[in-house]
Design a protein around this ligand. Structure first.
Ligand code: ZN
Length: 251
């Protein structure tokens, strides 16, 4: 049964991921997410049903538009696959619970802002504001810690990034601050600090080689939103264990 539900959530994630790609690409450009229907960005040909199967369509068409042969970004199937895997992962981690539901919301927000931040170096307010009421209501309804810890999480998350912006004059944007404030509201102040630490760690591990190999230039801003989201997902799933093992290490 567990496997069946996990597979179901994986497929649900594939389908949702396909939609999140569209949202992440269109909302920052102020385009409607439903109109016009999905089309090739090169020749404008409207995609047919067989072109819209997550991941599979991309593999079968070898990543090219069926009409003009223009390359299709691998970000699309990657976003779909990632959403599918993370949806299933949240179920395997939390079971069929409200924590899983919160996890699915976090994954959804993460995928959308990752697409948007990679493409436009932008985390749209619209996206954050669309998720905020759902995240907040669910958090008020279901919380393991006292509510002030979550409110403090929003302050700490947003505050730390604002501090970084003031001190570094660039590098990060207000979008990052607002994102981490929203994420802090979900995970609380302890886990948002762990999330930030993990984001910096992964950012350095990935950004370092990219700089060294000159794939990105030193002055080029690296979108930090995806790392913040990834750090938060890790902290949400494993932060308590990380915190406990760290505390037992130093005590
Ligand atoms: Zn085309």
């Amino acid at each position: 049964m567990t496997i069946a539900i996990a597979i179901y959530l994986f497929i649900l994630g594939l389908a949702c991921g396909s939609f999140y790609n569209v949202v992440g690409l269109r909302v920052p450009a102020k385009q409607s997410v439903v109109h016009p229907p999905s089309h090739c960005t090169s020749c404008g040909t409207q995609l047919r049903r067989r072109d819209l199967v997550p991941v599979l369509s991309y593999v079968l068409s070898k990543g090219k538009c069926r009409h003009c042969g223009a390359g299709v970004s691998f970000v699309y199937p990657l976003g779909e696959l990632l959403t599918g895997l993370l949806f299933a992962g949240m179920y395997l981690r939390f079971g069929f619970t409200l924590d899983m539901l919160m996890g699915l919301l976090l994954v959804s927000l993460s995928v959308i802002i990752t697409v948007s931040d990679l493409k436009y170096q932008l985390i749209p307010n619209t996206i954050l504001l669309a998720f905020l009421p759902f995240l907040a209501v669910l958090r008020v309804y279901h919380h393991d810690l006292p509510l002030w810890e979550y409110l403090l999480g929003a302050l700490v998350g947003g505050g730390v990034i604002v501090l970084v912006i003031l001190l570094s004059r660039g590098g990060m944007g207000l979008g990052d601050a607002k994102l981490l404030a929203v994420l802090g509201l979900v995970v609380g102040y302890k886990l948002i600090l762990i999330a930030l630490f993990l984001a910096c760690l992964v950012g350095t591990l990935i950004g370092g080689p990219l700089l060294a190999l000159r794939i990105v230039k030193r002055k080029q801003p690296i979108p930090f939103g995806p790392f913040l989201a990834l750090g938060t997902l890790l902290a949400y799933c494993y932060g308590d264990q990380l915190l406990n093992s760290y505390l037992s290490l130093i005590s």
